[in-house]
Design a protein around this ligand. Sequence first.
Ligand code: GLU
Length: 464
Amino acid sequence: MKTRFAPSPTGYIHMGNARTALFSYLAAQAQGGDFVLRIEDTDAERSREEYVDALREDLLWLGLPWQEGPDADKGNGPYWQSQRDAIYAQYYQKLQEMGMVYPCFCTPVELELMRKMQAQAGLPPRYDGRHANLTPEQVAERKAEGQPFTLRFRVPKGEEVVFDDMVKGKQRFKTDDIGDFIIARGDGSPAFFFCNAIDDALMGITHVLRGEDHLTNTPRQILMLKALGLNVPNYGHMNLILGTDGAPLSKRNGSRNIRQMQAEGFRPDAVLNYMARLGHYYENPAYMSPTELGAAFKIENCGSAPARFDEAQLHYWQKEAVMRMDDAAWWDWIGEEARQMVPVDKQALFIETIRPNTVFPQDALTWATILFTPLTLSAEAEEVVAATGDAFLTAVETSVDLSYSDMVEAVKLASGAKGKGLFMPLRLLMSGRHDGPEMAKMWQLIGREGILARLGQVMSVKAG
Ligand code: GLU
């Protein structure tokens, strides 16, 4: 099995096309096959080098390396379509010799008019074949006049293109509904789906998984490949991803590009566990490593109903992934700012204490700030603290060098406080918050100086 991801580098990859890459990668993994990366940069105006660099980085960050591609030529390169013009020219030539293509001199205005007339007559828009049968003399004459022309593929009449879509099941298209389509533009540049089909065949791609927005290209591609005697891959068209509001996924309703997710602190294995289930079903509902996700992936488990993006699910997998990081990776992930705040001798305890409370690096920064800088009290917390008796606070102060449990005993004894009346003021005194990590550990992390500073702050709140 050989699959591929064939992005057009006109922007950063986002969840939609990253999922296409992922499914293609996983399908190859499951069968011990190869995954190919091909850069479809035929649109010279919109394609940019920086997007190519970014998409390679993003794929590697997600953990989707390719066995064959721009930097791993297995004899089928180049893997940039902009460098394959000579190859496409050969196949145009071949189709021309077979009489399967013809030049069409229709101007954009003429084509627009054709569409309008068809719409008025209640017909679907399709090229009516008006230049399909120009004589060689007529063609020569128009060319001599310098009239620009496109190349159209001659679609056979009265046939049906039938194929088994790996995701959607049997598909049928009447050739009479297709109309002769353009495979080379007026400036001679190849149409994207022409290159796309030729390359799949030449690169030996056996299984094409792509978005269902490409479904209508498929019968055209099959017709061309068959005419050229080239291999037709198996096609599977994946359902759309819908946003939380039911509209196609876009920036407005939850989609982000993979770079943004990385910057937000998402773990790649969280993104993989989430996306691999977005329109694909695994028997195992638990977290799986990328290798396990690959081994258990089945194309037949791809659903054809639209998949709906769910932020809560994504966060669930993020928690699962953070839990599985080792200490060194977690320490690295929380970022420089948080790391700087943690005293060296408290690093191990900080990791142990704060890690269960983090979903994103920001959470670690928040806790480092709480533990290692002066106290911030909400108005509500101030009230509780102000109501705490002097005996309570003095007992904390005199116990500052004791263990947490000895301190608690001393405070109980001195103030008579117990239960919530004991623990809530203590928690607020330490963190300014009603919830958070284990108090005994916070007591150690904040340490003597931190506790004394907090007591000083609380005293001034009470005095004020
Ligand atoms: N370059 C096309 C795209 O990014 C690829 C289509 C395909 O996967 O066949 O949409």
